[in-house]
Design a protein around this ligand. Sequence first.
Ligand SMILES: *Cc1c(COP(=O)(O)O)cnc(C)c1O
Length: 397
Amino acid sequence: MSQLTDLSPPPRILMGPGPSDVDPRVLRALSAPLLGHLDPAFLEIMNEVMELLRHVFRTGNRVTFPVSGTGSAGMETVLVNLLEPGDRAVVGVNGLFGQRMADIAGRCGAEVIVVEAAWGDVIAPEAVEEALERSGGPVKLVAVVHAETSTGALQPIEPLAEVAHRAGALLVVDCVTSLGGCEVAVDAWDVDAAYSGTQKCLSCPPGLAPVTLNRRAEEILRARRHPVQSWYLDLTMITSYWGQERFYHHTAPISMMYALREALRLILEEGLDNRLRRHRLASAALVAGLEAMGLEAHVPVARRLPTLTAVKIPAGADDAGTRRALLREFGIEIGGGLGPLKGKIWRIGTMGYSCQRKNVFLLLTALESVLSRQGLPVGPGAGPAAAAVAYAAGGEA
Ligand SMILES: *Cc1c(COP(=O)(O)O)cnc(C)c1O
């Protein structure tokens, strides 16, 4: 053990499905001295974090705060609090994270009715409506993923809210890869419960999961017949810490709360709309560049995520070898495919602090270098040239 050197992670540009790069200001916030979790100064920081989260979720929901844990903890929190044994849940499964929601809902003791779509497609409101009709009884909630990080597809939410509410069900939405990168409008879309994670488009380290519940969801929580199965994620207790009472439940991850506050303050400074525009433009430029190199996006433009681009691996390219070369030679991380898309797509994230014009150009140039060495005709300079045109068209020459 005496041989251990100072910690020195190699510099990286994180353009995978998450985590994304973190702004130096957020890293500095992490190193601030600790406060006690009931210190009035910390309680003030908690209040600010709640206000900032309401702003990015576009909600007035009272219950809006980060729970301790990563995005999956947010998923588990929402499902374990709203579902009781014997409840019915309709879950949209068009990728890995829909599968995870169905898994958790089943572990809550719910009868899970899965509505499937191909990986890269979105869930049709008609299919959800049909599932609600043939459910054989009342359905407690409908759950879908807004931004499917495993496929690159963006799920339209409003039509699903209408279908769910007509059947008396709540709508639960996974916003892990959309919050802070795509439009998320909890109140305007009438979403009953949503959750996210800090390390994707919020560009904070992994470790907190923002959640929000509206009055309807709070009412379901209050009316539970059984205590919430998970002690740690029980919102009936956690809301007493975040509310007026300030009851100790578990020690808040103080430093992560500093980091999230700074990450959200950066969003406020940039302006949420400007930030969303930055993500749309980067993804348009990235896809233009990839197409100019002869590559093809996995998801059609109408339902394509602006925060994560899934691109088909061209014939003759080495999947793992390409990703390894990008990392070793250029310090760039991108993701491979999962499940049925393993070996078929690469996943390129343009999230938060990673979503920068210079990163888009670097990635396209690096990919050209790696692929042309494998004998692919990706054309000298075609990718960056097309990206430049797209940026110019978006007003950023
Ligand atoms: C990353 C992700 C999760 C899980 O978040 P973790 O932080 O890895 O626990 C859930 N849903 C979606 C859509 C994701 O992209």
